[in-house]
Unconditional design. Structure first.
Length: 215
């Protein structure tokens, strides 16, 4: 099936299953060449996700200049030494999870006169290989980012453990998101986006179901 067919099918499914809010599809284009992604850009889709700064820069820097309203989402782990480039290229960061990174992003966006949107990543299963804060750290960290650094924190992001309990994890993060009165919630990938929508996802991050299997 073509990328456009995949995308339109997912969009319709999400529409049929969402009842509370609009859900934005972030087309996760990591590992795919710009030639492979281009049909979806030409189709008019505006939100794309990448997980590496260098790869994203190669693929998107020029295209962003020549295409109106493209929004790039950084969804992967971000090291603070890449904050400068990330601020230049991305519009949203979904992986905010340390004061050091927040400090650096804040400094860089002031230098560039940019104002990105941020999602605080939560490590729901306390998994060592994944980024994100423990739930217990959220309150202080959010206050630090918002009050001290003036970052536009829009919501939470999570990649739940791969333990077949996606619903349980989505429910938990959705409750947290409400507790903090956040506007957005970034949950749901190719395998579980409809469940995520059910729990109030404002942004789903979908790669392989749109672009095909990654090699
Ligand atoms: C790769 C990736 C996705 C997309 O995964 P698919 O299963 O291909 O939809 C979503 N979120 C993050 C953080 C990712 O790294």
């Amino acid at each position: 099936m073509s990328i456009i067919t995949n995308f339109e099918k997912i969009k319709q499914e999400i529409k049929n299953n969402s009842f509370q809010n609009e859900t934005e599809i972030i087309a996760v284009s990591k590992t795919f060449s710009i030639e492979h992604i281009m049909p979806l850009v030409e189709h008019g889709h505006k939100h794309f996700g990448e997980n590496k700064v260098q790869e994203a820069e190669k693929k998107w820097k020029e295209l962003k200049k020549s295409t109106n309203d493209l929004s790039l989402h950084m969804i992967g782990r971000l090291q603070s030494n890449k904050a400068k480039k990330a601020v230049e290229l991305f519009d949203f960061i979904h992986s905010l999870d340390s004061e050091k990174l927040a400090d650096e992003l804040s400094k860089r966006q002031k230098e560039k006169d940019r104002n990105l949107g941020y999602f605080i990543q939560i490590n729901l299963g306390s998994e060592e290989q994944k980024g994100g804060l423990e739930i217990s750290e959220l309150k202080n960290f959010n206050e630090y980012c918002v009050n001290k650094l003036n970052l536009s924190v829009l919501g939470l992001m999570a990649i739940p453990p791969n333990d077949k309990n996606a619903e349980k994890h989505f429910k938990r993060i959705s409750e947290l998101n409400k507790e903090f009165n956040f506007r957005y919630l970034s949950i749901g990938m190719s395998n579980d986006y409809l469940q995520a929508v059910k729990y109030g996802a404002s942004h789903v991050r979908i790669g392989s179901a749109i672009f095909g299997t990654r090699s």
